[in-house]
Design a protein around this ligand. Sequence first.
Ligand code: KG4
Ligand code: ZN
Length: 343
Amino acid sequence: MRVLGIETSCDETGVAVYDTARGLLADALHTQAGVHEAYGGVVPELASRDHVRRILPLIANVLARAGLDLRDIDAVAYTEGPGLAGALLVGASVANALGFSLGKPVIGIHHLEGHLLSPLLADRAPSFPFVALLVSGGHTQLFEVEGVGRYRLLGDTLDDAAGEAFDKTAKLLGLPYPGGPALAVLAERGRPGAIALPRPMLDSGDLDFSFSGLKTAVALRARAGRSDGNPLALSDAVKADIAYAFQEAVVDVLVAKALAALAATERSTLVVAGGVGANRRLRERLAIELERRDAQLHFPELRYCTDNGAMIALAGALRLAEASTGYAFSVRPRWELRTLAAA
Ligand code: KG4
Ligand code: ZN
């Protein structure tokens, strides 16, 4: 079965074709970083308009590279949410129009499920069950994953997500949007021990996270470094020290909680997914710690850490393959009329 996957939840237009027998046939991504850079963040209306411009050429491109015609597609999967409403509507409209015209099933996918299953795109794919550390721009969560659709939330962030904290800290230091990757690059030049920052919730005894206090600590430290209180005017060397200290603090917490989740569930496989999963320091530290414990570590390839169409096509294929959740007609033998009014 060949599934066309469409991702338009935020500022990346992603399209891919996943074949259940042969794996990923082709995928393409258009990133809108250039569109939003001048504004320092995603402008929803501009994001929607850009998705409209890109989506059909991207679909044509992916099909051509896969050597397929639209009629060769067996199902269409799209990101149904969460995300920016206008941006989601572009993918939803195109996917449903395609499905309707081709007479093929259309399946809406939860964006985070796409991230969660993305490590299965790798040649060396993890097998269920595993613990997943989901670190995207809006979420920092730990799950116990027993199979497709069987996700148990173990821990969540009480405020900011790690990716969001990366982005806000980057903005504070005057780095260009999107800030997370730029902050990670700057951190490479920072000096260990130059600046001390807290490790929020490290010893909280649960698997939850909190990053807003760390973000505030960085802001205070950065302002204190200048008599005029302007963090943008700090020297590049001091900014690098702050970036280093911030990244170490986030990584320390993520690593500690991921290890605690493995211990609590008695699982020995950790899967990391989402944009912050592209962070080199996080990857290095987890690799060392898991090897020490003889546990398995799986990351998606770097390009499948951030938003992409491949993870949506894969999740669609897996969902359709699941007998219990597959695309099927359903009937509701007991269906009270009054429930319609509430819907
Ligand atoms: O998963 P994703 O592409 O989008 C969401 O679904 O939110 O994640 C984007 C997040 C952003 O906050 C971005 O700054 C962060 O991932 N990110 C990174 C790195 N690459 C992307 N954070 C730290 N280090 C990186 N190398
Ligand atoms: Zn995402």
